[in-house]
Ligand binder design. Structure first.
Ligand SMILES: Nc1nc2c(ncn2[C@@H]2O[C@H](COP(=O)(O)OP(=O)(O)OP(=O)(O)O)[C@@H](O)[C@H]2O)c(=O)[nH]1
Ligand SMILES: [Mg+2]
Ligand SMILES: [Zn+2]
Length: 296
């Protein structure tokens, strides 16, 4: 029996990198174990050379999932230490989507980090950072300044990545794959090896994929999405993702206040004074409504 980590899953087929010899193996799952996903630690057998069978998925420390249109949680990746949300001046950030990525990070109990990429497009880096990330920075969320194109900031990012498993999330076109490309010099050879091992044809970023880094860490690339539903999370998990709302909720008149239109709502009062951003509250309320609509 061998042990390894799943680099990418395509339905019932996965590519596993062996811990023993770092070779890639195409593996199929058994019905008993269920489907393994990117980032899983697994044990697998090799009944015939080059074709493995996953015998065991080791317990997941956390699972990153999104809700599909039918309200079911769809797991995308597992065992994540850091959620890195990539933003850029172009395409300009979708603030509600960023909030959702932050809720997702919180639900995994991991620290989020905002990566502001493409800073080669901005003359004043700090001004661009406060313009685009100001509202989250004020909430205490950390950020890094980067350019995948020039390599600016990559040294600091490498320090953040050392020894951890991080996932890059963010809307399409912000430069997630470009950052991976800039961090991994032999990426073309690795992509080629993945394609050969998977037997799925050319490897693309339509599936979340884990890249082991030389610094001992691992970085996952994920496809950009326009809609991130989070209806599988509990009301408490949604609220925990909005720390400023969560902190005020205990002062609401009703213990189960949803901060919609209830009398004595401390959160609504705080938006009236500007202490809580009306945009953030609307973003939270949209998540609550979506949850109520999609919950079976
Ligand atoms: N100027 C500039 N352009 C960049 C930078 N990083 C990426 N780009 C460009 O932005 C475009 C999108 O980059 P990708 O890396 O494919 O973006 P992505 O986030 O992986 O997009 P999806 O895979 O669709 O989610 C490409 O044309 C890149 O060349 C950067 O630091 N500066
Ligand atoms: Mg990409
Ligand atoms: Zn309230």
């Amino acid at each position: 029996m061998l042990s390894g980590r799943v680099l990418v899953g395509y339905g019932s087929t996965t590519v596993v990198r062996s811990d023993e010899d770092q070779q890639l193996y195409r593996c199929v799952s058994r019905r008993r174990t269920g489907r393994s996903i990117c980032g899983d630690h697994v044990r697998f057998s090799l009944p015939q050379p080059g074709e493995g069978v996953i015998e065991e998925i080791l317990p997941r420390r956390n699972t990153l999932s999104r809700t599909n249109y039918r309200g079911q949680a769809r797991p995308l990746a597992a065992n994540i230490d850091t959620v890195m949300v990539v933003l850029a001046p172009e395409p300009s950030p979708d603030a509600d989507l960023v909030d959702r990525y932050l809720v997702l990070a919180r639900s995994l109990s991991v620290k989020p980090l905002l990566l502001l990429n493409k800073l080669d497009l901005a003359a004043d880096h700090d001004a661009e950072e406060s313009r685009l990330l100001g509202e989250w920075r004020r909430l205490g969320i950390e950020s890094r300044q980067l350019s995948a194109k020039t390599g600016f900031g990559l040294d600091i990012l490498e320090q953040d990545l050392a020894g951890t498993t991080a996932i890059l999330l963010g809307q399409s076109g912000v430069g997630k794959s470009s950052l991976i490309n800039a961090l991994i010099p032999d990426l073309p050879a690795r992509t080629q090896a993945l394609s050969e091992a998977s037997g799925q044809g050319r490897h693309t970023t339509t599936e979340t994929t884990l890249y082991p880094l030389d610094c001992g860490g691992a970085l996952m690339d994920s496809p950009g999405i326009r809609i991130l539903r989070l209806a599988h999370l509990t009301q408490t998990e949604l609220e925990a993702g909005f720390s400023e709302i969560d902190a005020l909720a205990e002062h609401c008149h009703y213990r189960n206040c949803q901060h919609l239109d209830e009398p004595g709502c401390a959160v609504l009062d705080a938006t009236a004074t500007g202490e809580v951003s009306a945009r953030r509250l609307a973003s939270y309320q949209a998540l609550c409504r979506e949850r109520q609509t999609l919950q079976p």
